[in-house]
Each structure stands twice: as structure tokens, then as C-alpha cells.
Design a protein around this ligand. Sequence first.
Ligand SMILES: NC(=O)c1ccc[n+]([C@@H]2O[C@H](COP(=O)([O-])OP(=O)(O)OC[C@H]3O[C@@H](n4cnc5c(N)ncnc54)[C@H](OP(=O)(O)O)[C@@H]3O)[C@@H](O)[C@H]2O)c1
Length: 499
Amino acid sequence: MVSDAEELVCDDLPTAFRPELGTVLVAGATGYIGGRLVPELIDRGYRVRVMVRAESPEHVERWPEAEVVVADALIQEEVARALVGVDTAYYLIHSMLVGPRRFEDIDTQAARNFRSAAEVQGVKRIIYLGGLGDTQVDLSTHLSSRSQVAEEFSRGRVPTTVLRAAIIIGSGSASYEMINHLVRKIPLFLVPSWAKTRCQPIGLRDVLKTLIGVLELPETAGRTFDIGGSDILTYEEMLKTHSKVLGRSRIFIPSPVSNIGFYSYITSLLTPIPAAITWCLMESVTHDVICEEQDIVKLIPFRRISCKEAFVLALSREEQDAVSTRWSDSYPPDYELAIKLREIDGPPTYTSSYSLVTSKGAAALFKSITHIGGKNGWFHSTFLWRIRGAIDRLLRGVGTTRGRRSASGLRVNDVVDFWRVEEIQYNRQLLLRAEMKVPGYAWLEFRVDAISGDKNRLSVNAYYKTKGLWGRTYWYIFLPFHHFIFDDLIKQIERRSVD
Ligand SMILES: NC(=O)c1ccc[n+]([C@@H]2O[C@H](COP(=O)([O-])OP(=O)(O)OC[C@H]3O[C@@H](n4cnc5c(N)ncnc54)[C@H](OP(=O)(O)O)[C@@H]3O)[C@@H](O)[C@H]2O)c1
């Protein structure tokens, strides 16, 4: 069984379920591609084990039919444990969020650990999705790191299928979010010279079909395939295509400036993608990224969609509020340093609380709480939240442009602007952890508590843990705003609750 929100795309695959396969492991299941692949595999009948880095009730809730194993690919013993009894392992691990200076070594080390653990555990095949790029040219750190991972697997004894993709277009994909935000926000594009570089984007559904197709075709073991969509476009043509899809007329004029650093910084300011990542993705835009061979099309024949179709599909998923994974929900670089509220030593350094008593029901109040952020705004003084988000972006933080995956539903680990859902107790509590730049750790808690009779107390609590002088100063700078923002926020939540 797969949740209704998941759209399955492999029904028309020409390959068939292989009942003889044992456990299929998905490493990187919490990522953009992994999160979409797991329901497809389950739906097709495979026994799936998902490898995640941190234990969370959300994983069991999200994949009740899958076995969840906690392992960090950088810790050899943990990977070995995750691979016990595995027949085929998908490798969809990627550390780009830690930034260009660090991810190369980390990704190679993770792949090395995975390869040797897979050999020891007798895994029969690894399937790795990497990046497309001519290995003869001077590739970006990002693309050369992707091919180093492929090389690492090719050195091992476990036959590996390597799939090389350029830009993946799907709801919530990094490239789609970049293009979508740029086209929506910019009426006039100053087009740099490298925007004439050609690329062969691929729709997310075609990536998923190919990932499943190679699993079901044993002869693809030990081979490398380039995968792409049905058309080749320049970056400028891609922007124009999406502006047509959105029905926005946009002006494109040649720019005297083509500095990639400048464009990647501007892109990061206007989109939810942090500067370090826009730089990684744009660093090699001067080289064509086109399939060098198309053998996979003959081996797994199905109709590959065009870039325009991929944009239309991504947009319609957004409009239906049915985006199941988003790249921007990935953890920011400081994620490893994130501490949960119940894990901190002692009480928070500061707390501020605002509450009101209401006769409205807990379910209605909670529903209203779970609509905050994203396109819905913060019900009151949204401009102040946005200003805080803009300051965060200037400081290279996540800002508020990440919005939220779904306008109506929230699950643990979902992003809400510059917050992340840490805990949800339905009709009772929503706890958000701050991911913006703050000199300490901050949380925002919404609670609904039953009090005497048919009354409920609706409250919002801001918790802050800090050690340094700057951290304390920061709290006092923002304290006057708390009263202004939070007091009105809960009044608005109450007002919008409909029993
Ligand atoms: N998305 C695209 O547009 C695109 C395009 C071409 C190729 N690809 C390739 O597709 C693959 C998957 O990409 P993606 O976009 O799905 O990546 P992603 O969203 O960034 O997800 C990366 C995954 O790797 C996991 N991970 C990172 N470090 C780990 C570690 N040390 N141990 C265990 N897990 C770890 C992350 O877990 P946490 O959740 O714990 O961080 C997350 O599940 C990559 O190889 C990428 O090069 C993607």
C-alpha cells in the first residue's frame, strides 16, 4: 500500500517484477530521488529496506511496508549492518549540502565504505544514479565528484549499474525550483553567454522508470548508461519553455556580464537553493551535458517525455498540492549540529509564551496551526517574517523561500520556511526547530491544551538556548517583536479555526 499522495509512474514499464530478488536496499531514501523511488519499488512488490541516517517516527509512518535501518555511510560498521542479506542496493547518497570544499572527499569515502561493505555482505548488484558530463573536459567539483563515486564502484567486485543524468525536472527538484522561481520572479533576463550551452534534461518519472527498469533487467549489471529526455535545449530555451508553460511573457536580452559566481549568487537570493549549491550546479554550465549514447532507450523502451512535458507535470503536482519530496526539504549543512528540544542539557536559556483561551475545538485549532508559513504566510506581520528570511539569505542561510512541501499537510522533518517540523502530536502540539542563522538553538511550539469544560488553551512558546554574549544580545533585540508577532499570530490562528 502506498499513500494516496504518491503518484506512481512505472505502470507502463516494459520490464516485469522479479520475484526471485531478495531485499532491495535504498541508500539515500530520505533524499529527493530516494523518497520517490521507495513507493515505486513497494508498489511493484519488492521487499524494501530503507537506509536513513537518523531514527525518526516519520520514516515508519511514511513507509509502513518497508524495513527501516539507521546507518551513516561514513561509518563502515553501520553500512555493513544495513547491507546484511541485501540482494540489490540503490546508491542515491549525496553530500552536496555540506558545500563544495567538503563534499568531494566525503562522497568518495561514503562510496568506498559502501562498496567494501557490499562486497563483504555478498550484495549481488549496486545501482548508482550519478551525473552526466563529458569526463574528458574540466568538470565542476560536483560532476567530477559524481564520476569519482562511479569509479569507486567500478573498482569493486559487486557489479554496478551506473546511470548518468543531467538536470532532473520534477516537482521539488533543485533544477526545477531554480527555474520556476527565476521565471516567476524575473520579468527581464540578462542572458549570459553560457546560457547557450546545451543540456538534455530528463523528467523525474523517466528517471524512476529507468531506475526500476535496470533492476528488472539483469543484463544491465556492470554497465554505464547515459539517461536523458526526448529533447536537447540550451539553458535559455529551458527558461523560455517554462515561461510559456507558466503563461508569463518574459524578456531575454544578452548580458555584458557572464560571471558564473555572480549569477549563482543572484540565483541563490531569488530561489530556495543556497549559494553553495547554486554554485555547485552552475559551475560547469559552460560545458554541454548531453547523452553520449542512448543504449538504455533500446533496452528499456518507453516514451521519454520532453522538457516542456516535465515542466507541465511538475507544475500540476504543485497545483494539486501533491508534491511528495522536495529537494529543498533536504537538511542544511548544519543539520548534524541540530539538537532536538528534548535533547538539550537543562532548560532553554530563554522562553517567551503567549496564550489565549477559546471555546473552539482542538481539531479546528490544530488544523489552523498546521497551515502557517509558505504561500499561506504567517497570518499576521508576514512581511516581518519575510524580512527576517531575506536577512538570513543575505547571511547565506536558508531564508523563507523554501516555503513548504504541501500547503495543507505537515509531517515530521517537513520544512516550513526557515523552520523544520521536529514533532507533531495531532490536535495537541506542533514543534518547529529553527534552521535560520541564529547564535544558538531556537524552537517555536504551538500547543492546544484542554482546560475545564469545553474550553481550550491555545499557546505559542518560543524557546532559545544560547551560551554566548552575542546569543543573549540577539534574544533581547528580538524580544520586543515577540509580543507584537506572537500575540497576534495566535489570535489569527484562533480566528481562522472553523469547528
Ligand atoms: N536531483 C537531481 O536533480 C539529480 C540530477 C542528476 C543526478 N542526481 C543524482 O541522484 C542521486 C540522488 O540525488 P538526490 O537529489 O536525491 O540527493 P539528495 O536529495 O541531496 O539526497 C541525498 C541523500 O543522501 C543521504 N546521505 C547523505 N550523506 C549520507 C551519509 N553519510 N550516510 C547516509 N546517507 C547520506 C541523505 O540523507 P539525509 O536525509 O540524512 O541527509 C539523503 O537521503 C545523486 O547521486 C545525484 O548526483 C540527482
